[in-house]
Write a protein that binds this ligand. Sequence first.
Ligand code: TMP
Length: 196
Amino acid sequence: MYVAFEGIDTAGKSTQIALLKDKMPDALLTREPGGTPLGEKIRAILLESGGASARSEALLFLADRAEHTERVIRPNLQKTILSDRSFLSGIAYAHVHEKLPVDVLLQLNRFATDNLLPDRIVLLKIDESTLRSRLDQKSHDAIERRGIDYMMAVQRCMEELLDLLGIDHIVVDAAEPPSAIAETIYNYLKEGLTNA
Ligand code: TMP
């Protein structure tokens, strides 16, 4: 089962993945961008330097995703894969940043993944004041520097996409205590493993 964790920056995806690893020790943890040697290089280009034009940025994320899908996701589909981000981030961040049409972005993502999309998506949804206070407590990468309005629009886009795409998903309140969120997600994933 291929599970993607989604949500805007500071929603707590990595914390949740780490908590779930304790409950699912056999799960394979991975991430986008990153997750492969090439992907780590692309990640550094995108997040440390910034400044790529919007279309080249979208294509670099797609190159990362193509590599990640081919080298990490596809060969491990018999395992439980917990991925920090997926094509959903790919579409939402690019759509809001550049106003590229969703149908074009979806097609590009289908090309990059050769049609391999997550079986389940966990969306951690954060409210604006929690986002604001969490962002105040950390340094910002090139994308986070686009600001709160941008991120809230990305989150709305992620929710709309989930309604549109028909992929099995759960939306969780990111302001709840981490252990309670982990329990909710674990119960949701357990049900998927039983049905698989
Ligand atoms: P993160 O690993 O801390 O979540 O950082 C990745 C950043 O890259 C985050 O701001 C979201 C952004 N992003 C995109 O803009 N497009 C994408 O396709 C992906 C996977 C991430």
